[in-house]
Ligand binder design. Structure first.
Ligand code: F0G
Length: 424
């Protein structure tokens, strides 16, 4: 039977850890779940995964648990805390692909998850784990999406949820979600990094189980996105998979997923993973560009893409490893470039929050610099729903467009007719 254990990723350490934790007890390094799988018959497995799509069972309807053979830490019969996450659409683009390249650009829209972001994939795995270990209080620091997701899944599992968020730095939609799900919200510090640093320090002594993406079980849930993506593409990998980079959990998860799929013969080719950061919050980009062995943090990260306003990404070493494995790249884009990309996506009818649009802005930049070839097959992971940050949209409406697009009219036929004649 397949099994799994936690191990430190630092080569010089490699400590195997018995108890759930978010850092190695020996050296403080990042932990990962090493999965020892029974040999897979890829064709047979693909058929089983595919057939489960027709099943009415909640565990089969989830886009995470449908691939449960890749998650060998849950025993058969164990309670799964799921909201039918995953199974998100893969949609083609025309204008955005043309604008960004031209490239063959497809969007994997993770905003179509129960709480509106990709975090739900990791959260179902992590909260399932926490509940199975008898945890009572879960906690995370967040720029808003992890917190809404954790609040939802914790509520479902009957656990208390405590959120650490930077004061007045997360969108009100995300805050409203967390409050709606009944979480306790502590607004601490001015940045995600401060909130996260404090939480890491105090969580153990206050009996809180940390569910940030340094928790290896989050990464396990999130890695299933690549199985779903490959299945949607008839197991033909794209040339590039592009993600926005904040705390760098997603890039780490996608890399782990790709590695496992390749190792077991589900895919032949490994797509190159591209991480895109906002220019005002681009520590990973700086670190890689300088070829620095240590992280070059950004002390006061600033970007309107608040989801990725992070100066000290906790998972940077895992993400660096992923770029090495996949011959990947990191790019940095300005808030103006993010805005443009978001606008072009909207023309294709694809809405997303600003952080997600950074992917398409990054693709455009990389095509222009010749690092992505024209007409390449590119999948951009849009991480969050359009309604996650409507303040951003309203703030960016140019007055000229407001005058043309949003009109107050008298409730008469004549006034409506005139508005249509002048503005349609
Ligand atoms: N996109 C969105 C919409 C996010 O919310 C995040 C991270 C990212 C991209 C970056 O992903 O951290 O795995 O590199 N949000 C976290 C949060 C930090 O607290 O919601 P990452």
């Amino acid at each position: 039977m397949s099994s799994a254990y936690l191990q430190c990723i630092e080569e010089a350490c490699g400590h195997r850890q018995e108890k759930d934790a978010v850092a190695c007890a020996d050296c403080g390094g990042l932990l990962e779940l090493v999965c020892e799988f029974d040999p897979f018959d890829p064709d047979g497995m693909r058929r089983i995964w595919h057939q489960r799509r027709l099943s009415g069972e909640p565990i089969d309807r989830s886009g995470v648990w449908r691939f449960r053979e890749l998650l060998p830490f849950v025993r058969p019969g164990e309670r799964i805390v799921s909201l039918s996450e995953g199974s998100t659409p893969l949609v083609g683009t025309r204008r955005a692909g043309w604008w960004a390249g031209p490239v063959h650009l497809t969007i994997k829209h993770q905003g179509n998850n129960p709480t509106g972001s990709f975090k739900d994939l990791g959260m179902t795995a992590c909260i399932t784990r926490a509940a199975s270990k008898g945890v009572r209080i879960v906690a995370c620091a967040s720029t808003g999406n992890t917190s809404s997701s954790m609040a939802a899944y914790a509520g479902r599992a009957g656990l208390r949820a405590v959120l650490f968020v930077p004061y007045k730095q997360i969108s009100s939609a995300k805050l409203a979600q967390a409050l709606d799900f009944g979480a306790l919200v502590l607004e601490v510090g001015d940045t995600f990094d401060q909130a996260f640093c404090l939480l890491r320090e105090v969580a153990p002594s206050l009996g809180m189980y940390l569910v940030n993406s340094v928790n290896p079980f989050r990464i396990e849930g999130q890695k299933t996105i690549v199985a779903e993506l490959m299945e949607q593409r008839a197991w033909r990998p794209p040339d590039f998979i592009v993600v926005p980079g904040g705390n760098l959990g997603n890039a780490s998860a996608i890399g782990k997923g790709l590695r496992e799929l390749k190792e077991f013969g589900f895919i032949e080719k490994v797509p190159r993973v591209v991480v895109v950061q906002a220019a005002g919050a681009n520590p990973f980009y700086r670190t890689l560009t300088a070829q620095s062995p240590d992280l070059i943090p950004v002390e006061n990260p600033s970007t309107e893409a608040t989801a990725i306003r992070i100066g000290r990404p906790a998972n940077w070493k895992k993400a660096r490893r992923v770029l090495e494995w996949t011959n990947g790249m990191c790019e940095s884009v300005t808030d103006e470039e993010i805005f443009e990309a978001k606008r072009v996506l909207a023309e294709d009818g694809v809405g997303c929050e600003p952080a997600s649009a950074a992917t398409v802005a990054g693709v455009r930049k990389l095509v222009r610099s010749g690092k992505i070839e024209r007409h390449a097959d590119v999948v951009a992971i849009l991480t969050g729903h359009q309604l996650k940050d409507t303040e951003y949209v309203m703030r960016h409406r140019p007055p000229s467009e407001e005058d043309r697009q949003r009109l107050r009219v008298e409730p008469t036929l004549g006034a409506v007719r005139e508005a249509l004649t002048r503005h349609l």
